[in-house]
Ligand binder design. Structure first.
Ligand code: AQP
Length: 329
């Protein structure tokens, strides 16, 4: 079975709709017929300052959300990145292979560092290189992510190719797995920008009070005119709502456009609020159940890490050998 790997940061506690529709939804469907590895990337989280207590809590909350959203630990390997030290170890090797100029071209770093001018650490800069190590350790065929990660995936492929040509074939070149319709979910207040936890306001969080989400959806910025049609250029706000509605309800965008013919933006938003609430309420309940038993949750994660290490350690050992490190006796 082809292998997939992906990760999600535990920084905010709650995932948002962009994380779910852009990535986690695909994780759930891919586990059916792939050898899937999914991790909560806590090493990535500390590229910006974290409160230790909150980080610990949010890591468990993230794992609980993945389980509640449908990741089955019997079928997928679910683990916490810091439980598998090979990530940091291969991360160093990948850093030594990366050009400074090459890393400087990453647009996510440029955006994030522009927003946090006072506290930009080197870790934020090298983040995509650690991400490359995350992927290459497992020899993943596919990496299910949102559109914002495409450039990082290209870097991963470049680094893998460079290593292979310098030291001999060692890494599989992974492909981004990006589902076009939901590749980029937009902010409800600014439908030309991606929904992102660092720009709160138009972000729908899975774990917030559903009344709050419904209100955010009701007050989403829509476009001039009155017609409910899918037209990303001219009607980015309405198109974004239709994308979300379609993904959550399973109805096609065309079907929705027909159903809302002659109705107003207000109707669409009110109904989408209800669709979201109905979808997320049982998920919230399941998250609470998983968090009620953190010892059991930790056990699931420990089992995942054990399996992940079996795979990761083989790649790391081979990589050390190719580089010329003397193996310990
Ligand atoms: N708006 C989005 N649309 C589609 N996919 C998205 N992803 C994130 N935002 C959107 C995808 O979610 C996965 C997990 O992402 P992450 O752990 O890197 O989270 P993030 O990038 O920190 O999430 P944010 O909200 O985008 O945070 P900031 O503001 O820090 O960048 C990834 O596959 C990502 O593509």
């Amino acid at each position: 079975r082809p292998r997939v790997l992906s990760g999600i940061q535990p920084t905010a506690g709650s995932f948002h709709l962009g994380n779910y529709l852009g990535a986690v939804r695909q994780w759930v469907s891919l586990q059916e017929d792939h050898d899937a590895f999914y991790c909560v990337v806590d090493l990535h989280a500390i590229t910006v300052e974290q409160d230790p207590k909150l980080l610990r809590q949010n890591t468990r909350v993230s794992a609980a959300q993945l389980l509640a959203l449908g990741i089955d630990p019997e079928r997928s390997t679910l683990f916490v990145q810091s439980h598998v030290p090979e990530h940091a170890q291969l991360g160093w090797i990948m850093q030594c292979l990366t050009g400074f100029g090459e890393a400087s071209r990453m647009t996510q770093f440029k955006d994030k560092s522009a927003r946090n001018e006072s506290s930009v650490g080197v870790g934020l800069f090298t983040y995509p290189i650690l991400q490359a190590a995350d992927i290459l350790l497992y020899q993943a065929h596919y990496v299910p992510v949102g559109e914002d990660q495409r450039q990082h995936l290209e870097l991963t492929r470049d680094l893998a190719g460079r290593f292979n040509s310098r030291y001999g074939k060692n890494f599989r070149l992974p492909e981004a797995y990006i589902v076009k319709d939901t590749a980029k979910i937009f902010d409800l207040q600014d439908p030309t920008a991606k929904m992102s936890k660092s720009v709160p306001g138009g972000v729908v969080e899975l774990l917030e009070d559903t009344k709050k989400s419904a209100k955010k959806i009701r007050s989403a910025v829509t476009d001039t005119g009155r017609e409910i049609i899918f037209d990303v250029e001219n009607k980015p706000g309405v198109s974004n709502l239709l994308t979300i509605y379609s993904a959550l309800s399973g109805r096609s965008v065309d079907d929705l456009v027909t159903a809302y013919d002659g109705k107003g933006y207000g109707d669409l938003k009110k109904d989408l609020g209800e669709v979201f609430t109905e979808w997320v309420t049982p998920i919230q309940a399941r998250v609470a159940e998983y968090l009620d038993d953190p010892a059991e949750l930790d056990k699931v994660l420990a089992r995942g890490a054990e399996h992940a290490r079996e795979v990761a350690s083989v790649t790391l050992r081979r990589t050390y050998e190719k580089i010329g490190f003397v193996a310990p006796v």
